[in-house]
Design a protein around this ligand. Sequence first.
Ligand code: ZN
Length: 387
Amino acid sequence: MTSFRIQICWLILVAGLFHISQPRPARAVEHVMANIDGRELELSGKVLIEDSVGSMLLETDEGAMWPIEARMIRSRTSDSEPLVSLDKKQLAQRLLKEMGPGFQSHESKHYVVVFNTTRTYAKWCSSLLERLQRAFIAYWSKRGCEVRAPTAPLAVLVFSDKASYLHHAKKELGEGAGNAIGYYSFGTNRIVMYDLTGVQQLRRENSRRGTKHDITALLSQPEAEPLVATIVHEATHQISFNCGLQKRFSFPPIWLSEGMAVYFETPDLSGSRSWGGIGKVNYSRWDRYRGRVRAGQEIRLKSLLVNDNLFREPRTALDAYAAAWAWNYFLIKWHPEEYTSYLKELAEKPLLVVDDKATKLADFRKHFGKDLGALEDDFYRRMSRIK
Ligand SMILES: [Zn+2]
């Protein structure tokens, strides 16, 4: 969650460097040598968009997207081959090579999990993610969204402990990696996390962490709920950006992306094949939001819609996430058709264009009505009835 905010900050910065003129359609695979953050990288992929001076957004065969400024490019050539996505085996090989000795891979229907913890834990993760993905896609299809299971495999890295996870995360996120227990990057398109069964506060005397049953028992404890919720949160971002619901690098509103991920957070660790957690009241978020309302310090709707800094500032971030949950809950529950049409319009937005405040407000009003005050009145009335 935290890391996603950082990712967005960084990406907004990157987006500001581009001067998009007319997007050029991709014709071939581009091979680019570029100096990115002091490293010489050789990247091959499809140019999704390019500006008049040669800055580009490049999508690779493993689904990563690289915003590359013209000044970073050392050389580029192209061929006439179409870009072919890696299959699960190829993706696993690529990740294993990158991660080095000690890592293994596990493949499920839609995921490639590369890990240096136990295989049982990797399987537990992929089973959780598969159930969430199935339920997520069924949920939005039923609401009229054009979503489909991703055809390319999704990558997940699982480290055995927090220290090695942080070592990896800091290379990508900098010092901001500190408190998160996992993150999704819409640059690499990967989820990165560590084995939660090793978290000290969850361990009980004589507790084992070997079998699937042990893992489920350990992570079903109330103490584990916020940790598992974070994994579900990050996995929700990944699915959402890979099933057609949201588009990477088109910068959907933060209150919407984050609020939707929080909406799906309520974990369901039952062994059943279905996912019963969708749409349950997220009480930890709700308690926080209600506390602010009672103190007369709630974040007002207009501010939530346009002020992304609320999510970035440590002082306001928790309140912003709570407000984002409350508004997404309200809109999905009581304005489902408008919410769907709003999502559809956002998914059509051009790449690398950051909307200004006026556009964000106009988009919202177009779908949910011009009178934000009346909508807020209805919101407070309905939400006050939550038990
Ligand atoms: Zn998030």
